[in-house]
Write a protein that binds this ligand. Structure first.
Ligand code: F6R
Length: 610
């Protein structure tokens, strides 16, 4: 939800900012802007454009940004105010000296705006952000840091801020509550950014600013304080992932690249976490004895991560008999969840910055629950607020539609399920040995499916004209159906619904006619025959069926219009394999329809607002 990058140093800020901004475009892309303090006249120079960063680049080509060594920039995902040029960041105060970029939502902005208007402040935009610029101005008596510090005390809500002022070209101010912000440390230059990829080509030394911290950043010095003014000694982290991992590496889209990376992500996870037949959950922060005391688990997550959580429920209950409930994070706190000392709350999130999941975690914590997170982004807010953290280490996921992060979440949930099965004495040694052996084989099976990519692409293209899709699955692959439908709707904009196949007769079957395509997950399982019955019901109503089936299934072709085969595996592990063709079908349909696969409309990668 919005991307920020700021620079202070000896170099010309504008190209550094625009290049960095491009790496953050996944966070929002309805408008963008850049502001610097001009070296020639000491004034602020501002360029803003509606739409993607490419439009800002075009604008800068025709109206170059003057040279300047301090600046801030922003790519926006609109919350308050329509996506247009006027509402694009940075926003200035009325004196035109102070410039700010913001990620988050200021909840009391209307009250603040009315009070500032009464004092004579004039507003140009409909954003909550512009209020902050004026608020800082109202406190500014020559000391920028003090003015920002006073202003943020009046703000309710979430914010990551970058502030510059033409009176102080030697300083860049940053502050955060609730929205991510990092400081990158360079030699005679420093950076702020919403995420690491924006600054990775300049530095790997990172400070993760914490909630309630404000930083005064010069080119050769970073001073961090909490909001009451106490100096803080920050921890400096070294980022290890490769610059390459945030480039497309020859793939047409990040999504396709990330789909291909799944085998490797799982392989590395299993290499790291499986030692013989033991599951090593470093970071969990619970002893086997404590894990044994857990008598129920609540999983909280959103979107794709929620679907991973749903698979998690099936597998944890199957392998360990520990009861699991799964909540959409945004609903969790409104149902008065019963949490005891034996409850483990498991938060699943790629970004670790999803506001709904963070709110659910805070609610659970307030009720006394222990929080374990499964998260991809190291140092994220979720990671910091959890008692234990299981990093998935899937590498940066840039495509807005989640793929490899999902697979990695599945991987971690299976490992946790095996561990729980072991400590709760529900799994015999032989059973553990078998499932671990099968799990380790999954990455090789991914590569087998990918070899068949062009056949999947052909099926996708043949079906790309359908105006409505249903995805059906049963048992452990019911969530896979939900995930397939989500992938298709978010990147192709085709209405798609996921259902437990048994639900068809309770309503959705009314939709079936020759204009519907139905994707049926019919891999080998205990409910296979039932799925075949569902397929017959659809076929007799002229629905077109794409079946996902197990290699060697000789009869499935009689029931389906198209079949995508996945290799045979342990029945419990089929969610890993069945989701891959669904990701590819969504991808190829979206490409065929000319959609913006990596940056679908109205979406953003990291949803930092509730
Ligand atoms: C869908 C997708 C979203 C995210 C959801 C949660 O492809 O990416 O549904 O899964 O917004 O995000 P995280 O996992 O960052 O909490």
């Amino acid at each position: 939800m919005c991307g920020i990058i700021g620079y202070i140093g000896d170099k010309n800020a504008s190209p550094i900012l625009v290049n960095g901004l491009k790496k953050l475009e996944y966070r929002g892309y309805d408008s963008s802007g850049i502001g610097i303090v001009s070296l020639s006249d000491g004034k602020l120079a501002l360029r803003k454009a509606h739409g993607k960063i490419a439009n800002l680049e075009k604008l800068i080509k025709s109206h170059p940004v003057p040279a300047g060594t301090v600046g801030i920039s922003h790519t926006r995902w609109a919350t308050h105010g329509a996506p247009n040029r006027v509402n694009a960041h940075p926003h200035a105060d009325s004196s035109g000296k102070i410039l700010i970029v913001h990620n988050g939502i200021i909840e009391n902005y209307e009250t603040l705006k009315n009070a500032l208007k009464k004092k004579g402040h004039k507003f140009l935009s409909d954003t909550d952000t512009e209020v902050i610029a004026h608020l800082i101005e109202s406190h500014y008596k020559g000391d920028l840091f003090l003015a920002v510090k006073k202003a943020i005390k009046e703000l309710d809500g979430a914010f990551a801020l970058g502030v510059i002022c033409s009176d102080h070209p030697e300083t860049l101010i940053a502050a955060r509550v609730g929205s991510p912000l990092i400081i990158g440390l360079g030699k005679n230059e420093n950076f702020i950014a919403s995420d690491v990829p924006a600054i990775l080509e300049h530095t790997r030394k990172i400070i993760y600013l914490k909630d309630g911290q404000i930083a005064s950043i010069r080119k050769d010095k970073v001073s961090i304080f909490n909001f009451s003014g106490k100096s803080v000694i920050p921890k400096i982290d070294k980022v290890t992932f490769k610059v390459d991992s945030v480039a497309k590496q020859g793939y047409a889209h990040f999504m396709l690249k990330e789909v291909h990376e799944q085998a490797d992500v799982l392989k590395q996870m299993f290499q790291r976490r499986l030692k013989g037949d033991s599951v090593v959950l470093e970071g969990l922060g619970l002893t086997d004895k404590q894990l044994k005391a857990v008598n129920n688990i609540i999983i909280v997550a959103c979107g794709t991560a929620y679907h991973a959580g749903m698979v998690g429920r099936y597998i944890i209950e199957h392998l360990s008999s520990v009861p699991v409930s799964v909540d959409v994070s945004s609903e969790f706190r409104y149902r008065n969840p019963i949490v005891s000392k034996q409850t483990l709350v498991l938060a699943v999130s790629q970004s670790g910055e999803t506001a709904d999941t963070l709110a659910a975690v805070r609610e659970a914590k307030a009720k006394g629950a222990k929080i374990i997170s499964i998260c991809n982004v190291v140092g994220s807010s979720l990671a910091r607020e959890s008692d234990g953290i299981l990093y998935t280490h899937a590498g940066p996921e840039i495509g807005v539609a989640s793929t490899k992060a999902y697979t990695a979440q599945l991987g971690m949930l299976y490992l946790l399920a095996i561990k729980l099965g072991f400590v709760h004495k529900r799994l015999a040694k032989t059973a553990i040995h078998k499932i671990i052996k099968d799990l380790k084989h999954i990455p090789a099976l991914y590569n087998k499916i990918l070899k068949n990519k062009s056949a999947i692409a052909a099926i996708a293209k043949k079906n790309s004209h359908f105006g409505c899709f249903l995805f059906l699955g049963r048992n452990i692959n019911f969530p896979t159906a939900l995930e397939g439908a989500l992938k298709l709707k978010e990147i192709s904009y085709i209405p798609a619904e996921g259902y437990a196949a048994g639900e068809m007769k309770h309503g959705p079957i009314a939709l079936i006619d020759e204009y519907r395509a139905v994707v049926c997950i019919a891999t080998e399982s205990d409910t296979y025959e039932k799925m075949i019955s569902n397929m017959q019901e659809i076929k007799s109503r002229k629905g077109k069926i794409i079946a996902i089936a197990t290699e060697g299934d000789k009869t499935i072709a009689h029931h389906a219009t198209h079949v995508v085969y996945v290799p045979k595996t342990n029945k419990l592990l089929t969610p890993f394999l069945a989701v891959l063709p669904l990701q590819l079908i969504a991808y190829f349909i979206a490409v065929k329809r000319g959609c913006d696969v990596d940056q679908p409309r109205n979406l953003a990668k990291s949803v930092t607002v509730e």
